[in-house]
Ligand binder design. Sequence first.
Ligand SMILES: C[S@@+](CC[C@H](N)C(=O)[O-])C[C@H]1O[C@@H](n2cnc3c(N)ncnc32)[C@H](O)[C@@H]1O
Ligand code: SF4
Length: 444
Amino acid sequence: MHKPVVVRKAINRSRRTYEDGKRWLLPYKYPGVRLTPTRLLNYWHGRWERSRGVENVRAYPTMLTIEATNVCNLRCPACFTGASQAGRDKSMLSPTMLDRVLNELGSRLLQIEFYNWGEPLLNKDLCPMIRNAADRGISTIISSNMSVPMDDARAEEIVRSGLNILGVSVDGATQEVYEQYRVRGNLALLFENVRKVNAAKKKLNSKTPQLVYEYHLFKHNLHEVDEARRIANELGMSLRISKGWVAGPDWDTEREFDFEHDPQPGRCSFLWDHAVIHNDGGVAPCCAVFYKEDDYGTIAPAAVTNGGRAPLPVVDVVNVAQASPPVNGRTAAMSSAEPGVPLSTFHDQKFHDVWNNDNFRRSRRMFAAKPNEPRDTSLVCYDCPVTDLWRKQRTHVASGGAGNVAYPLAYNDGFNYFFSRRPERATSEGLIPLAEVKEKTIVV
Ligand SMILES: C[S@@+](CC[C@H](N)C(=O)[O-])C[C@H]1O[C@@H](n2cnc3c(N)ncnc32)[C@H](O)[C@@H]1O
Ligand code: SF4
């Protein structure tokens, strides 16, 4: 029996208020993080700047998503990479680039996610890079399809790296159901790899990494949750069930499942607190950004960007939403009315300079206290549901409204916004062929 929506929302809201209050004082205790005075001071500074909507920030992000590689062996249909989209050149994050980032950000970071739109375990240098972060007292996490070749030595290397959390994307309990989303995935290989990591933990007497059975719920795998729970128990994994994104309308329109979805207006955490760096050094405003055209800058030396070739031209983007009906009356509108700033302008910059460049400042300005933002329509943040909700709330308050604006945001809208936003050249043309990155890749 499910609780009525109003009761659920009220419970969620009070829980959030409590958590928010607690979070003002102390950051979430990420496993493995070393809470130093520098980290705490930066955390408080950042929270203060976000609460004031400061545009030109002095604090550093406390979270970092850094893409170990954008290469993947699977073809999950609701993932850009799985859908064979080419956001940028295929490449591996290099230990040198990571070291540069950590020398600048490491003393303030609380956690690093070493994955975004590719399969992190395909990067041969992943473990030394995790070790580098762990040695600096930063909590580390990856999510992996684990359907990759792995011998005992590699399993031990993962354990020795100090990785805190290893999420495994499973989405099923039998091969037949699992492969409907994890196209090309091999469930027996995945479970065998989990056993190898468990054996390595035992051998090395290590409690880490914690293993998580990540189960994205879709219509087609609902009936295997109980079996997944049983397997997770057997393998010493915790089970985390979350709603799977699908392109188009939500499949759970009756809200049969009790996933928290009660969007609250607020300043986007990514713009103040959570940095996103791609495998090629591109700096994006959030982890949902996939295409290079939507990056806000880059920290890569010019020679690294675009495989050493001339920088990609900033091309116009098409409004693909026009071709498909809007969701909930909203479209993933994208305008090329304002030309982007060529990324070549930003080469080789320090992260913090990119973090405060014109694109970031303009996006933060969209979250100003008064609804007076300029029409920065070319930026990916402009039409994002988070910005849109903030804008609607400001208008609501300015016109005398009390409380939060009613906002019929479907669970899937955020995903649809990003997934339908594509540059004109959204084909694999002009990008480095996969074969050229094989040398640095675990061969699959
Ligand atoms: C794009 S993947 C990259 C990491 C890795 N290749 C993996 O699949 O775990 C990043 C995260 O997105 C999740 N993901 C992929 N497709 C999803 C979907 N349709 N709904 C929800 N999460 C999804 C993955 O399970 C993973 O946790
Ligand atoms: S395994 Fe991960 S990166 Fe690969 S296609 Fe699936 S979701 Fe995308």
